[in-house]
Design a protein around this ligand. Structure first.
Ligand code: NDP
Ligand code: MG
Length: 393
């Protein structure tokens, strides 16, 4: 039971994915605190139905559905919402207190806006929305801690900043494991296959973010995410390689004090921190979530190599330039990763293609959310076009 005696009623968008699984694992372990009311996914109807039955969810939502699928959900006691605005309706359900955004891509940007505008508590794993459209999302946050980061690094920064005045924070540093190619030479990277890149040494995540982590694009995207979430100028946000991934975020304060946040690399820990805030329920007895003993602590940090990992440099530059560049970056990366997964381009071509898109663009900065969405599509279209003409392999 929470200290107020209230059960938190939760909706999970992206329930069938990797972060969705961590969030739902936490919900199932703390039934006295959390009640799952609604679950949403894109197209995986079978898995979503199974989860709705397990959690007795009242509502489900699919972006891609059919009348037959809806009947199946109905038979099992869950109302299926689908079609235009369905995700937005989930975000605004009166029977939901807290909406978790754990979907991939940018399909949930408007739902995120609606959830915040409706005054819901929001836990956010999806980084594409904030990077591409943070300008139209962050002003909707009405109270401190209404928006709680789920991404491990951002959760760490959020927790380090708790009780601190934002003006006292001099610098934010996000850690990266360095991925499977941390010690590879550029020459050795030439023949990397999608299977190689999908083998992350620390985290078990969805395919897109795993590829992004292998070339450090993920860290670059996360740095832009941190600029938006914590309102920090680009020159005060950076990244550090920390192979054991036990420290997730670091805040340096003006007075020389440094706070580091340490926990086992398991997404269930930041999930619990966000869902239960401001309380810290005990994980005693959940062996994998308990704090490691000091002998297991390995605090090695070193700066990232921006020559071997140009994606980090490109993303940091896009963050510095702002305007059209972050949404273009999101679109171009989506298309380049897809082409790599489909074996149309080589691993090393990913950065070349994204950089070409950003260099080629000469249009205006977005002045509305619709412009930012258009720029995501434009980045994707430009990258697809370069991939088609590219003989990168
Ligand atoms: P996965 O690929 O494992 O899962 C994606 C989920 O999003 C699936 O449930 C998918 O449904 C759903 N989805 C996609 N598009 C839509 C849509 N338009 N409407 C509703 N649901 C949708 O991804 P991850 O869990 O790895 O990542 C999710 C997000 O969290 C990404 O933004 C990622 O960068 C971020 N993140 C991930 C971390 C991780 O550990 N995995 C850590 C920190 C952040 P379906 O199954 O039907 O396709
Ligand atoms: Mg992360």
């Amino acid at each position: 039971m929470t200290s107020t005696g209230k059960i938190v009623r939760i909706a999970v968008i992206g329930a069938t994915g990797s972060v969705g699984a961590s969030v739902l694992d936490i919900c199932s372990r703390f039934p006295e605190r959390f009640r799952v009311m609604a679950l949403a996914a894109r197209s995986n109807a079978d898995k979503l139905l199974e989860m709705c039955m397990r959690f007795r969810a009242r509502y489900a939502c699919l972006a891609v559905s059919s009348a037959e699928i809806a009947r199946n959900f109905q038979k099992n006691g869950t109302e299926l919402l689908s079609g235009k605005e369905a995700l937005e309706s989930v975000a605004e359900l009166p029977c939901v207190d807290h909406v978790v955004f754990a979907s991939s891509g940018t399909g949930a940007i408007i739902a995120l806006q609606r959830a915040l505008a409706a005054g819901k508590d929001v836990s956010l794993a999806n980084k594409e929305s904030i990077v591409a459209a943070g300008q139209w999302v962050m002003p909707l946050v009405k109270r401190s801690d209404q928006l709680r980061p789920l991404d491990s690094e951002h959760s760490a920064i959020w927790q380090c900043l708790r009780g601190e005045a934002r003006k006292d924070a001099a610098r934010i540093l996000l850690t990266a494991s360095g991925g499977p190619f941390r010690d590879f030479s550029v020459k050795r990277m030439e023949n990397i296959t999608p299977e190689d890149a999908l083998r992350h040494p620390v985290w078990n995540m969805g395919a897109k973010i795993t590829i992004d982590s292998s070339n450090l694009m993920n860290k670059g995207i996360e740095c832009i995410e941190a600029m938006r979430l914590f309102d920090m100028p680009p020159d005060r946000v950076g990244a550090l390689i920390h192979p054991s991934s036990q420290v997730h975020g670091i805040v340096e304060f003006n007075d020389g004090t440094i706070k580091l946040l340490f926990y086992r690399p398991d997404m269930r820990i930041p999930s619990l921190a966000a869902l239960a805030w401001p309380e810290r329920p005990s994980v005693a007895g959940i062996k994998e979530l308990e704090p490691p003993c000091p002998e297991e602590w390995a605090l090695n940090f070193y700066p990232p190599d921006l020559v071997r990992f140009p994606c980090l440099r490109i993303a940091l530059e896009a963050g510095r330039r702002g305007g059209a560049y972050p949404p273009l970056l999101i679109g171009a990366d989506e298309a380049a990763v897809r082409a790599f997964m489909n074996r149309r381009i080589s691993f090393l071509s990913i950065s070349n293609i994204i950089e070409s898109v950003l260099e080629k663009y000469s249009g205006p900065s977005p002045s509305a959310l619709s412009d930012a969405m258009e720029l995501i599509s434009e980045g994707e279209r430009m990258a697809d076009e370069i991939c088609s003409s590219f003989s990168g392999r």
